[in-house]
Design a protein around this ligand. Structure first.
Ligand SMILES: Nc1ncnc2c1ncn2[C@@H]1O[C@H](COP(=O)(O)OP(=O)(O)OP(=O)(O)O)[C@@H](O)[C@H]1O
Ligand SMILES: [Mg+2]
Length: 450
């Protein structure tokens, strides 16, 4: 990008000298013969750096500086002043000028001052872009949950972020494992370096190996160039080994060695190379069971599981559902540039009561769908059918003649209602009802007898 420099200078000769100098530097130059004109140019163009003479007829350079700063507090203004009036330059610095040069100036000095200002402008911009990225994705503000279970997870994240300890994140699909892994990375000193993720279950073994550890040119057919591999590409940053439970046994041993030695041997290479990446592993399996059934190496499990974070399923923290629903509604409203919609009580109660097998991801998708299908208000009708059926207002506490139900009849209807809402999945229903599976079977058997 060409830097845009504005010159405010009332002497014509000086203006053209400065223009030549700066164009020679590759700048796009705007010139103004008065502070008024300079202000016009400043407010209608994307000026990166302003160079202004201090003494000009009409509005002077100091006033121009003031005006520019009210338009953009971060604007970079360089003041040019006669050697004899350095005092006014000091006054300008106090008012927020970036720097000053004294006239007559040595060309190289002036250019160096402008270059510094341009670089500072670039840094501002990069910084802002980075900030926005960080704020958008990884602050806790974007991770919703007031339930004690999630608060506990946040506390662990805060504690471990700045260590190098391996973290194992367990949780059902869609519970936010990747979100938490990113939060750990972006809260750590490694935040400015890469966060990379690989799904260990998505690649065939040989590909996964070179994806992780890299390869040398010619190591196998198709290896036309050296490949660094994810361990080294995330050097200084964080590597998320997602679906670690799917990792093939032969690679498990190589991974263990890499973690122990902090070095990897690329496929086809004979010497290992060091890496410094923080390792986070995630899985929706219970790794201890995998170990017990000899599908996952016990030694690797202990290596990865220095810090354990378990994300509870959404149905075990229903108090978070309302907040998440509101969060997603405002997220989609922002994305689609429309106003936030309200949600009816019936729709909300169906969402709260539903058995969320796909957890937060499923909830997010349901809200997105409802947002698109609804008018001003998100209603029960806008929810997917299986969620709709969980609405509590389906549940009538009187029989068709208007008589109140007995306790047993109420219980029977409630249990059948819950079963319907989870597609007759009995263990899911038992979990919602807070009873053993065997108790549920006993009750169902009894209803058949009635
Ligand atoms: N607590 C939360 N607050 C806000 N959004 C969340 C929360 N938990 C998860 N999400 C969102 O839900 C979706 C799924 O989260 P994520 O991908 O982190 O889950 P996962 O556990 O890695 O899922 P999978 O096992 O399917 O890979 C993402 O869009 C994420 O932003
Ligand atoms: Mg994931």
């Amino acid at each position: 990008m060409k830097p845009n420099v504005l010159i405010a200078e009332d002497e014509e000769l000086m203006r053209s000298i400065l223009r030549q100098l700066l164009e020679g530097e590759g700048c796009r130059v705007f010139t103004a013969d008065s502070a008024d004109n300079a202000l016009d140019i400043f407010s209608t163009n994307n000026v990166h750096v302003t160079l202004t003479d201090i003494k000009m007829a009409g509005m002077d350079g100091l006033e121009l500086l003031d005006q520019i700063k009210t338009i953009d507090a971060e604007a970079l203004v360089i003041i040019m002043t006669a050697y004899s009036s350095v005092d006014s330059a000091i006054a300008a610095l106090r008012k927020g000028a970036y720097d000053y040069v004294t006239k007559p100036f040595v060309n190289e000095d002036l250019l160096q001052t402008v270059r510094n200002a341009i670089r500072t402008k670039e840094l501002f911009r990069e910084n802002r872009a980075l900030r926005r990225e960080l704020d958008k994705h990884y602050s806790f503000a974007e991770i919703i949950g007031t339930s004690e279970a999630l608060q506990k997870v946040f506390r662990v994240v805060e504690k471990v972020a700045d260590t190098n300890a391996s973290v194992l994140i367990e949780g059902e699909s869609g519970t936010g494992k990747e979100l938490i892994a990113r939060a750990i990375h972006y809260k750590s000193r490694r935040a400015a370096l890469p966060f990379l993720a690989v799904n260990c279950g998505a690649l065939p073994e040989s590909l996964l190996e070179s994806e992780l550890f890299g390869h040398t040119k010619g190591a196998f057919t198709g290896a036309t160039a050296d490949k660094k591999g994810l361990f080294r590409s995330s050097d200084g940053g964080t590597l998320l080994l997602d679906e670690i439970g799917e990792m093939p046994q032969t690679l498990q041993i190589k991974l263990l060695r890499a973690l122990q030695e902090h070095e990897v041997t690329p496929v086809g290479a004979s010497v290992p190379v060091r890496f410094d990446a923080r390792i986070i592993a995630a899985t929706n399996k219970n790794l201890e069971t995998e170990v017990a059934e000899n599908r996952f190496r016990e030694d690797l499990f202990y290596r990865l599981n220095v810090i354990e974070i378990t994300l509870p399923p959404l149905r075990a923290r229903r108090e978070d559902i309302q907040l998440l629903v509101k969060h997603f509604i405002s997220k989609f409203a922002k994305e689609q540039n429309t106003v936030e919609k309200v949600i009816t009580k019936e729709a909300m109660s169906a969402l709260v009561n539903y058995h969320w097998q796909g957890n937060v991801r499923e909830l997010e998708n349901a809200i997105e769908r409802a947002f698109i299908l609804s008018n001003d208000e998100i209603e029960l009708e806008n929810l997917p059918p299986k969620i709709k059926s969980g609405a509590t207002n389906n549940f009538e506490m009187r029989d068709p003649e208007g008589f109140r139900l007995t306790l047993e009849e109420t219980e029977r209807r409630y249990i059948l209602e819950i079963l319907k809402s989870v597609n007759e999945d009995k263990s899911a229903a038992a979990e919602i009802l807070g009873i053993d599976l065997s108790t549920l079977y006993r009750k169902l058997k009894r209803y058949e007898e009635i």
